[in-house]
Design a protein around this ligand. Structure first.
Ligand code: KDG
Ligand code: MG
Length: 403
């Protein structure tokens, strides 16, 4: 089963996606997601210029060997552009392998470890009341877990909270990056009030989550975790930037609120200390930015030894291809915690027909061969790339702040 051809498809059905399609000489093809929010074209070019020429003629079944060929063969290790490109190849090859064997991908990863995959939804509001209403809508839809974010009084914008009431949040805006104002003090005063109200209104059983988007110093994060303890969060995500892994020791010294991190990690090396010192509870790396199925299986096994569970990133900048592959991964590993779910636009779902289904707050990956996600290339061609970026944060005095 030799790789005959591979190509990159860039499209924007509501937001930008980069997709890799690999074809073999016996007619089986596989799909991988190569989307890196705000740096999409860098990965597209990396694949077309440097990766695809090396793939032609290789045995598509050799996922482990091809992974190391691309990782070690590049000489330059890690980095989000490299790892996203490698991931696209790896996921596409696992898709081919499973399709060639006529079985769902999860069967090659150990089979189903659970009946369904619990997901958390996003409740966003411009103030506490709107957020609470959004939580209520999720509960009505059957979600058992909800991430809650709210606008902060005194700040004109809050990342993750759309301006229009009830609008869905999209992590990038068209054109060049917009700048938003940030105040840690206002934020730290507000968040405990939000969760106090959510517990009063929605009771104790609902899993509540919150994302601090890397904006706090370690001691501020420890303070927030401590203030949130009465409300028993499922997790507090990205409390502080994780380049300084030792910073999480400070958080742990101050609070027992469970900590999740890793949506921007591209390798388990980014979390080695966090895992071995048990400084986190959930690792958020995905099959997309974490380098594919091959390294994620190893990362999950390593995390499992230290009682760390997986809680894969699932924002809209990860295409349905990643969601499909992630669900096969989620359902197969023992130390699965929760899967993030932000619905894609209708156009995106049409461009990427998929076998996975969602009901009552849970996903099922479906039983199609491979990861069960395809791309409609004719439809994709109708949505050309549009420049879009994540916002940049400045403190009230204009200082560029952590993100
Ligand atoms: O590309 C960045 C987004 O995926 C990210 O900001 C969303 O923080 C996020 C999350 O938890 O989904
Ligand atoms: Mg996040």
């Amino acid at each position: 089963m030799k790789i005959r051809d591979a190509r990159v498809i860039v499209c924007s059905p509501g937001r930008n996606f980069v997709t890799l399609k690999i074809e073999t000489d016996d007619g089986v093809y596989g799909i991988g997601d190569a989307t890196l929010n705000g740096r999409e074209l860098a990965v597209a070019s990396y694949l077309s210029e440097h990766v695809i020429p090396c793939l032609i003629g290789r045995d598509a079944a050799r996922t482990e060997d091809i992974w190391y060929y691309l990782y070690r063969g590049a000489y330059w290790r890690k980095g989000p552009v490299t790892m996203t490109a490698i991931s696209a190849v790896d996921v596409a090859l696992w898709d081919i392998k499973a399709k060639a064997l006529g079985t769902p991908l999860y069967n090659l990863l150990g089979g189903r470890s659970r009946d369904r995959v619990m997901a958390y939804g996003h409740a966003n509001g411009r103030d506490i009341e709107e957020t609470s209403d959004a939580v209520a809508r999720h509960v009505e839809e059957g979600f058992l877990a909800v991430r809650a974010q709210s606008g902060v009084p005194g700040l004109p914008d809050t990342y993750g909270v759309p301006h229009a009431k009830g609008a869905l949040y999209e992590p990038a805006t068209k054109g060049l990056p917009v700048e938003q104002v940030w105040s840690t003090e206002k934020y730290l005063r507000h968040v405990p009030k939000l969760f106090e109200q959510l517990r009063i209104k929605h009771g104790d059983d609902l899993h509540l989550l919150h994302d601090a988007h890397h904006r706090l110093t370690p001691v501020q994060a420890g303070r927030l975790g401590k203030a949130l303890e009465p409300y028993q969060l499922f997790w507090l995500e990205d409390p502080t930037p994780a380049e300084l892994q030792e910073g999480f020791r400070v958080i742990r010294q101050h609070t027992t609120t469970p900590i999740a991190v890793g949506e921007i990690f591209d390798s388990v090396w980014d979390a080695r200390l966090l895992i071995t010192e048990q400084l986190i509870d959930y690792l958020r790396m995905t099959v997309l930015h974490g380098g594919g199925i091959t390294p994620m299986k190893k990362a999950a096994a390593f995390a499992e030894m230290y009682h760390v569970q997986m809680g894969c990133h699932g924002a809209t900048d990860l295409s349905p291809v990643t969601m499909g592959a992630a669900l096969h991964f989620d359902i197969s590993i023992n130390n699965f915690g929760i899967q993030e779910y932000m619905p894609h636009t209708r156009e995106t779902d049409e461009v990427f027909p998929h076998a996975y289904t969602f009901k009552d707050g849970h996903f099922d990956p479906g039983d199609a061969s491979g990861h069960g996600v395809d791309i409609n290339e004719t439809l994709a061609a109708k949505f050309p790339y549009q420049r879009a970026y994540l916002p940049v944060n400045r403190k009230l005095d204009g200082t560029l702040w952590n993100w």
